[in-house]
Ligand binder design. Structure first.
Ligand code: 5GP
Length: 202
């Protein structure tokens, strides 16, 4: 495998998904992983583009068959990263961008410690998060409240990440994320030092 993995996490409403998707237009050879979920499809979402929307039974059999690289229960729904497309993208040398939660980050880092660079993105404060979630208009007030509560526990994991920034201004945040994605390609742990030295001596 010659690619690398960029994990992007943060509370829902932080703007991380829009930033991660925009990154694909800027950074060559980047690949956005489309997760599988049992969450209800939102009106503005497309199956196969935003997520692969499936039922709970199908999700559970996918787990049994070992189809997921990682999966987690987030806000009461299941979300998982399919194994095969990630393996293919890594073999093609791509930067695989994973928009996953803190549990997913932990699992992926344990599996691929040398390949992973991670970034946690959040809002300036909880008030801004609430405003953004409310203005999306995609969630009921109960779900919105649950997401805000979950955000607080997710924030406690910031120290597990390589990078962290506040998404206040989209263009500034995109510059920061682009810089992180580019730097991730030059992570020393991606290089097989012995083999490099052997060829370097020729
Ligand atoms: P949403 O329902 O707002 O699209 O996503 C809820 C949360 O689930 C977000 O924090 C998102 O990053 C996370 N998530 C999306 N896909 C995956 C996945 O495949 N694995 C894990 N662990 N988390 C995911």
């Amino acid at each position: 495998m010659s690619g690398s993995i960029l994990v992007v996490s943060g509370p829902s409403g932080s703007g991380k998904t829009s930033l991660a998707k925009k990154l694909l237009d800027i950074v060559p050879d980047s690949y956005f992983s489309i997760s599988t979920t049992t969450r209800k499809q939102r009106e503005n979402e497309e199956n196969g583009i935003d997520y692969h929307f499936i039922g709970k039974d199908e999700f559970l059999s996918e787990i049994d068959e070992g189809g997921f690289l990682e999966w987690a229960e987030v806000h009461g729904n299941f979300y998982g990263t399919a194994f095969k497309p990630i393996e293919a993208a890594l073999n093609e040398g791509k930067i695989v961008v994973l928009d996953i939660d803190v549990q997913g980050h932990k699992a992926i880092r344990e599996k691929f410690p040398k390949l992973v660079t991670s970034v946690f993105i959040t809002t300036k404060n909880m008030g801004v998060l609430k405003e953004r979630l409310a203005s999306r208009g995609t969630e009921t007030s109960e779900i919105l409240e649950q997401r805000v509560i979950n955000a607080i526990s997710e924030m406690r994991q910031i120290s597990e990440y390589d990078y962290f920034f506040v998404n206040d201004d989209f263009n500034e945040s995109l510059k920061a994320l682009t810089a992180i994605a580019i730097a991730s390609k030059f992570k020393q742990s991606l290089t097989d030092n012995e083999s490099f030295i052997k060829h370097w001596k020729i």
